[in-house]
Each structure stands twice: as C-alpha cells, then as structure tokens.
Design a protein around this ligand. Structure first.
Ligand code: PLP
Length: 394
C-alpha cells in the first residue's frame, strides 16, 4: 500500500489544499505582513520555562542506558495512571497506559488495534480533520455523524441511526475541536446506555475512543466528564502538546478504561505494544518519557486564554458575528459573515489575519480562530474582524 497514491488525505478534508490556500494569500508577501496567524494551535510566543527546564534536566544522562531503546517506560506510565486516578476517579493501573507520539499517535494506535478492514468508525462533524486519514490507513470505513445543529451537543439518536453490525468505534472528542463544547455527564450516560444496548444486540462491544487532548484546558470552572467514567469499553487518548503548547514534542498516551474486563485489557495491551513496535518503534523519545513526571503539572496560563476568548468573543458578537462561546480548548468557532468560509477567510487573509475556514471541518459556512495567537496578535486582528463583520455573499 502506498499512502501517498491511494490513501492520501480524503477529499473535502485536504490539509495540503489548506496549506496551498494560505500560501496563495501570503503570495509574494513576507511574514512581516502577517498581522495575526490564528489558524493552527501552534505557539507564537516563547515556550513555557518549566517545559524547557524539564527537557534540560532530562537530557543529562543519569545512566549508561539513558538513550537506549525504549518502549512505554514504567515511570511515566505510573505517573500518568496516578494522574488519571486523581483526575477522573478511575482505577487506572500503569499497565493500562501506552506511551504514544501525541494524541494522534494514540488515535492511530487505537484504530490499528481495534479495526479490521471494512469495520466502521463513527466520527463527529464538525470535527478534527485527521481521523479519516488514519482510518484510511487501516482500510476502515469512516461514518460521519453531525453534532446537534443548534449547540454542537452529541446527537445520540443520530449516532444510533448510523450504527451497523460493523460499527466498532465511536469517537467522542471532549472538549471539542473546533467548537469548544464539553459534553455533560448526562449526555454521555445517554450515549453509554445506547451503546450498551447496541453492543448486546450485535454481540460484540462497540468501543468509545475518547479524544481528550484539551481535557485540562477549560474555562469558567467548567466540569469535565470522561466517557470512561460512564462507559467501560472506553479508550482515552491524550496529548501533552496542547496543555504545554508544544505540539512538536510528540508526547501522549492511550489509556485502556479500567472498566473493561481484564482479559480484554490484556489483549489490547499486547496488541498495542506489538503495533507500536511494528510501526517503527512508535514510542516517545526517551527524554520526553523521563520528563513526564515534571511535565504533568506544567500548563499554559488557562485564565489568560480565557481572557483572550472573552476579548475576541465579546468584540465579535458586538459586531454581529454569531459565535459559539467555548467552554474549553483554545479555539473559537463561529459563522462566517456572508456564509462562505473560503471567501471570508480569503478577505481576512488580504488584511493579514489568518483564520481557519470551516471547509476543513466540513462546515463551509463557518470558521475557526485559534486563541494560541499572542495577546498582541489578537488585538491587532480586531480591525480586520470589524471591517468584515458586514460582509455579504459574493
Ligand atoms: N485530537 C484533536 C481533537 C485535536 O485537535 C488534535 C490536534 O489538533 C489531536 C487529536 C492530535 O493532537 P497531537 O498533535 O498533540 O497528537
């Protein structure tokens, strides 16, 4: 199989088109002409000092095998299991944790160990743009189910309608990229009850893959429930890349819900380790694994992100934009004035402000702002948003 020829990014979901789009609008211009790049969740300020300190500490060899081959190491697994126990109140053991190359590594790992060719996986729309790419790698079928139109909540009836005998995974992303919605315990319990019923009907478990890389980035004291708290057949994927705002440091994990029968978890563990080895030793670098114990408590300044959210949300809604106020993540989602996301983002780009068109999330009338831009960038972007508030269809 050649991923570049047969299984490249799916149509309507094409990151390369996206990069080409911004390239076009940057045209012959220089980076100096970019007022604000609010597209991807990338850093635009110096890295967190505690992150840099932890890396410096752990690059110093403390044993002869410091840079030896590593699998999922015991110490970071122990730290993460302990953290999950404290955070979610669930009895994770270190063996339940597979160390991965970010959340994306964990997602691909979960798809690889759970799906056979032709199996179906339900993903949310709008939703993160790379689930389908990974599903194509394992020849699984992507089934897209829209979130509720009014508030982007999980539409449990719509998910049920999409389930067939081949459904193996339902992806739940909370807090949700791009809308910032956090699903309530009540809604997740409703989903769990439905999946329990459908699993019994088809005689095999339907798994939830709970995609939780933004779990610790929440505003206004919003509560968080992991699907693992209400549904035993849950795998959690997590990334340190969000909370540290260092997505290029590929560090995350896949955790097997402790509610699953011991025999199922044992199979998953064995399959995960074999798959990671077979994928070219797809474990995080040794230095990152050593650093986990220091990094568990390091975070971006979430209250500062909340202030950025409020600044943009208040200004834009005052000018007539229809925005969804995020309860978590570092994104802000709304309707593009004029209803055409590509036309709107192009007009913004002409003013040096880059935002993400909803086309990438299969919502061509919407757009996303990343709050990872600096405070200064956000202030500088406001005149462009104000100028285009009244944009009409072209
Ligand atoms: N899941 C969601 C919803 C995301 O938004 C992202 C990154 O943007 C990922 C998974 C992958 O995270 P990472 O790149 O840290 O592995």
């Amino acid at each position: 199989m050649n991923i570049l020829s047969d299984h490249s990014v799916a149509a309507g979901n094409d990151l390369r088109t996206m990069f080409a789009f911004f390239q076009t609008y940057r045209g012959g211009g220089t980076d100096d002409e970019v007022v604000a790049d609010l597209t991807f969740g990338n850093p635009h300020e110096q890295p967190l000092p505690d992150l840099v300190r932890a890396l410096r500490t752990h690059i110093e060899p403390q044993a002869v095998d410091w840079f030896a081959y590593k699998l999922s190491e015991a110490e970071p697994r122990r730290v993460i299991a302990e953290g999950l126990r404290a955070e979610l109140g669930l009895d994770f053991t270190p063996d339940d944790i597979a160390m991965t190359l970010g959340a994306y590594g964990a997602i691909t790992l979960a798809f690889t160990i759970l799906l056979n060719p032709g199996d179906e996986c339900i993903i949310p729309v709008p939703g993160w743009f790379l689930y389908e790419t990974s599903l194509s790698l394992v020849h699984a079928k992507t089934v897209k189910v829209a979130l509720s139109d009014d508030n982007f909540d999980l539409d449990v009836a719509a998910i049920e309608a999409a389930i067939t005998a081949r459904t193996r995974i339902v992806v739940v992303n909370t807090p949700h990229n791009p809308t910032g919605v956090i699903y309530s315990r009540e809604r997740l319990a409703e989903l769990a009850a439905m999946l329990t019923r459908k699993s019994a009907e088809f005689g095999r478990p339907i798994f939830i893959l709970s995609d939780e890389p933004y779990r610790r980035i929440r505003f206004d004291g919003a509560a968080f429930t992991s699907p693992a708290e209400v549904y035993p057949y849950t795998l959690i994927d997590y990334s340190f890349g969000k909370v540290l705002l260092a997505p290029g440091l590929r560090l995350g994990y896949l955790a097997f819900g402790p509610g699953m029968p011991a025999a199922v978890r044992a199979m998953l563990r064995a399959a995960a380790e074999k798959t990671q080895l077979a994928s070219g030793c797809a474990f995080p670098d040794s230095i990152l694994q050593y650093a986990v114990k220091d990094l568990e408590t390091v975070s971006i300044d979430v209250p500062a992100y909340q202030r950025k959210r409020d600044r943009l949300y208040d200004a834009l809604t005052q000018w007539g934009y229809q925005m969804t106020k995020p309860a978590g993540t570092f994104y802000l989602w709304g309707k593009a004035p004029g209803g055409d996301a590509l036309a709107f983002t192009a007009a913004m780009a002409e003013r040096g402000v880059y935002v993400m068109p909803g086309t990438l999330f299969e919502r061509p009338g919407d757009f996303r702002i990343s709050l990872t831009g600096s405070q200064d960038m956000i202030e500088a972007s406001l005149p462009a948003f104000e100028a285009l508030a009244g944009m009409t269809a072209r």
